[in-house]
Design a protein around this ligand. Structure first.
Ligand code: ZN
Length: 155
């Protein structure tokens, strides 16, 4: 089997697993930030809840609720795992790296990055409609941290 096929298989099993058993799939009591996100192309619709530490420097807790396709749900689930307990500055850097990965501007094998498990989304940039599903939760999370008003939509 080639590396590509291995990666594809890994991608599919991880997506299916997170879709079936999403992590942090809940509203966060006492959240400090929240945001609603909608992807009209696919119909993915979610709410993200973030609780920052008292000094606002760390993501203490994060959760999401909503409905969507397997990719949007799995991506949101993995996003919450990736940012929970992390400094806000690192979360913003991770968001930038993830966005680059999904738009084909970062090669996880050669470019330095902090993506870890999120690397399984490499290759998705070949499917623009799926990119919106995968980025929805991240756009929404970043907008929540920035305190943007209104619903976040993938354009
Ligand atoms: Zn979708």
């Amino acid at each position: 089997m080639t590396t590509n096929e291995n990666m594809k298989e890994l991608y599919q099993s991880v997506i299916l697993d997170h879709n079936k058993n999403p992590k942090n799939f809940k509203k966060i009591e006492g959240h400090t930030h929240k945001q609603e996100g909608f992807n009209p192309v696919c119909g993915d619709h979610l709410h993200i809840y973030i609780k920052l530490s008292d000094d606002k420097a760390t993501v203490e807790d994060v959760g999401f609720i909503g409905e969507g396709c397997a990719i949007s749900k799995a991506s949101a689930s993995m996003m919450t795992q990736a940012i929970k307990g992390r400094p806000v500055q690192e979360v913003k850097d991770l968001y930038k790296d993830f966005h680059k990965l999904l738009t084909g501007k970062l090669d996880p094998e050669n470019d330095e990055n902090s993506l870890g498990k999120l690397q399984i989304f490499s290759g998705i940039w070949k499917y623009p409609a799926r990119v919106k599903c995968a980025t929805l939760s991240w756009h929404t999370m970043a907008a929540a941290l920035d305190g943007e008003a209104g619903i976040i939509k993938t354009e």
